[in-house]
Design a protein around this ligand. Structure first.
Ligand code: PMP
Length: 424
């Protein structure tokens, strides 16, 4: 049995867990409970969670209806593991997703369940794009993050991850994300030019993969115009468009898919993180039916379609996606939050802070990693969990639960404001 003193201690993590651990360093306490937007540690301290599993908990911690769904399924001896055999949980999920999300948006996709992580789904998407087109390279963008296994790493920008690959991450070509050279330069024009020029030295790729808002790369927001231009040049050159909606999807930006506002029709969509709704591992590839050129069992894995996660995912679709209320709420709260963040940014003469983002995927750019770290540390001491992102970890990222109540949201922002002012 754990005693009070060792249950509060981090020494087990320091002594037993690999040095590779990361979040437990930024948030040095031992968490034991989560309810909605609140995390509680073993000492009974409460923290407002604006990180939410890096976007894996869009509906907050332990939503009671999702918990009930999983408890009922377990009590009924529902099958938990079945490889990719047909299960009633998977059928219900696919039918519900098709009826609730795809059909109302006029979208038609087939479902592929790869291994449970976002990276697993990205790997499958890249492999499929190569198989369909017979081409090798994939274009991705500066500051992109798509995962850290070899294929996904080849389209991930940050050297911090690329340098430890052990092999040259091969097959990715980096182009410039929207705004990379400032607002006046349209980087899609450059992309169009090099793809149209048979002598540019840039081979036609199998696919272009992008995030509409770059989550790990610094909450860089692509404009509607840029996204449409990229889609257009994909069509012109027979390039598949893959939208990685692992972090920006499932309502985070104010619509189920982050690309809806731009009217895109991606060939492949990658989803994970908040798909299960309860933080259970689940990922999904949506692919246009004509791209389904897989031969049976060409891409396999033991954990394809986690039945418990499929049960909670279906429950989340029924609870949150039967109407537009959640999206309306995200836009409202996103507006309130970004306004307050702008006030906080303006309220300090000491620092040059700026705010950006879309929906409830927002950020405070602190210009330096040092300052961002100080603010993050102070925030944690004050009871707020926020993560940093961007090339130099200089951006504080806000991913509160979409379901957060107005009062808790303001309390979190109050803590942030104090932390900004206390970070000289
Ligand atoms: N794509 C994006 C856009 C992500 O944000 C992440 C995770 N941060 C991934 C892929 C990888 O997902 P996972 O960590 O589940 O492998």
């Amino acid at each position: 049995m754990l005693t009070d003193s060792n249950s509060n201690s981090l020494s087990a993590f320091q002594n037993l867990e690999s040095n590779v651990r990361s979040y437990s360093r930024s948030f040095p306490t031992v968490f034991r409970k989560g309810v909605g937007a609140i995390l509680e540690d073993e000492k009974g301290f409460e923290y407002i969670d604006f990180l939410t599993g890096a976007g894996a908990l869009n509906y907050g911690h332990n939503d009671p209806d999702l918990l009930n769904a999983v408890a009922e399924y377990l009590q009924s001896n529902g099958v938990i593991h079945a490889l990719d055999m047909a299960t009633s949980a998977k059928r219900e999920f696919m039918e519900c997703f098709d009826a609730t999300i795809l059909h109302p948006r006029g979208l038609k996709y087939k479902f592929q369940f790869p291994g449970p992580t976002g990276t697993n789904a990205v790997e499958a998407a890249l492999k499929l794009a190569r198989k369909v087109t017979g081409r090798r390279s994939i274009i991705s963008f500066t500051n992109a993050f798509h995962g850290v296994s070899l294929g996904a790493l080849a389209v991930t920008g940050n050297r911090h991850y690329r340098d430890v690959a052990g092999l040259p991450p091969a097959g990715g070509i980096f182009m410039h994300y929207d705004g990379y050279f400032g607002a006046d330069i349209d980087t899609s024009e450059y992309l169009d030019k090099v793809l149209s020029d048979a002598s540019s030295g840039i081979d036609l790729p199998a696919a272009i993969i992008l995030e509409t808002v770059q989550g790990e790369g610094g909450i860089n927001v692509a404009s509607e115009k840029w996204l449409r231009s990229v889609e257009r040049l994909c069509r012109k050159n027979g390039i598949l468009l893959i939208v990685d909606d692992v972090q920006a999807g499932c309502g985070r930006t104010g619509s189920f898919f982050s690309f809806e506002f731009a009217g895109l029709s991606p060939d492949i969509v990658v989803l994970s993180k908040s798909l299960s709704g309860l933080g259970l591992p689940l990922s999904l590839l949506l692919l246009k039916p004509e791209l389904d050129v897989w031969q049976p069992a060409e891409h396999i894995g033991t954990f394809r379609g986690n039945n418990l996660a499929l049960v909670t995912a279906t429950s989340a679709l029924r609870k949150f996606w039967a109407n537009d209320n959640l999206c309306d709420d995200v836009m409202k709260k996103g507006g309130v939050m970004s306004e307050r963040l702008r006030e906080i940014a303006l309220s300090t003469q000491k620092h040059n802070l700026s705010v950006r983002g879309r929906g409830l995927m927002l950020a405070l750019d602190c210009a330096t990693g040092n300052l961002a770290e100080k603010i993050q540390r102070k925030a944690f001491e004050g009871g707020l969990v926020v993560e940093r992102c961007g090339a130099e970890d200089h951006v504080i990222k806000f991913l509160p639960p979409l379901t957060i109540d107005a009062q808790t949201l303001q309390r979190g922002l109050d803590i942030l404001e104090l932390s900004v002012h206390a970070s000289a």
